[in-house]
Design a protein around this ligand. Sequence first.
Ligand SMILES: Cc1cc2nc3c(=O)[nH]c(=O)nc-3n(C[C@H](O)[C@H](O)[C@H](O)COP(=O)(O)OP(=O)(O)OC[C@H]3O[C@@H](n4cnc5c(N)ncnc54)[C@H](O)[C@@H]3O)c2cc1C
Length: 338
Amino acid sequence: MKSVRVAVVGAGVVGFSTAVCIAEALPFCSVTLLAEKFSPDTTSDGAAGILFAAKFPDIPLEKQRRWFKDSFDHLLAIAQSQHSPEAGVMLSSGWQIFKEVPADKRPFWSESVIGFRFMTESELKRFPDHKFGQAFTTIKCECVNYLPWLETRFRKAGGQVEQRKVHSLQELSSSYDIIVNCSGLGSKTLVGDDTVYPVRGQVLKVEAPWLQHFIRDGDGKTYIYPGIHSVTVGGTRQEEDWRLHVDEGDTKSILARCSSLEPSLSKARVLSEWVGLRPGRRNPRVEKELVQLQGRSVPMVHNYGHGGWGVTLAWGTALDALGLVRQCLHEMPLQAKL
Ligand SMILES: Cc1cc2nc3c(=O)[nH]c(=O)nc-3n(C[C@H](O)[C@H](O)[C@H](O)COP(=O)(O)OP(=O)(O)OC[C@H]3O[C@@H](n4cnc5c(N)ncnc54)[C@H](O)[C@@H]3O)c2cc1C
């Protein structure tokens, strides 16, 4: 019999990854994923989904390296299996180029990706404004496919799914023994975290099947990521900007910047435009706490605030969240587990 009731709030890449990890590892738990929005309407769905990361300032680098590697290895196994097309996970090779040589020429994740090396002088010739570049193979994980694939995996492990907005944690206190918060930007209101903020991103999908390699400017604002059905070009990083509509000025700027890196893009047809709000935070919050809800102490595990790197780090932080759920189980009074 399933004795411990776990609620996971959030159906983005972080929520579904966490829910799958818990449901598969802890079969005696009854896991329910609750969310207001599901695929294709989450932020995760519009992300380019390329695996890269920048450093978070206050999290030990060893931990960030592990988060990256755990996610990369998990997705690499999918990319190299028969599940790849259905799950929307593919290998992607290309270049990250810099106008000035960066202080950190070899990023902390360089040993996790495949074949990391510096670009040669002759490779850099096609980018005359750039002085330095890195060439490697990483992964592109398209959440429009990956989230439904994870949902199937979650249901197979016995998980249940409920579409609902959680207005207050009090609503969950009598029905669940452990609450796992993966609500991304929603954590601002759900758990009153004022340090989470939106980082607006606009991207376009274009038809350019001749492009096979990604190109990313090291400033993080301009990128070209070929995917399964189209090429994602971007982008913007506008902090504290809540606008969800497409901005024509941004569209023009994206097309101009991307065409200057890859002139053939001026011939590509625009298929769609999209805006999403990254859950910005100084560091992702992956920790547990006890919250007082209607006179009860309820263990809560947080996993949110991944900023521009949620697809990259989702599986790694989900494994840590699973570890925190295990700790909550050990600390729970015996009768709650019966
Ligand atoms: C333009 C753009 C490009 C990006 N490209 C990349 C990339 O290449 N690589 C990468 O790693 N990352 C990328 N990102 C970042 C990535 O999209 C995010 O880090 C990631 O989607 C965060 O996932 P999440 O599950 O935390 O949040 P979300 O996907 O936003 O999901 C949050 C979930 O919580 C639910 N929720 C919130 N509040 C409540 C509530 N009160 N009650 C019920 N449910 C609630 C929502 O409905 C939703 O289901 C990009 C983002 C943008 C905008």
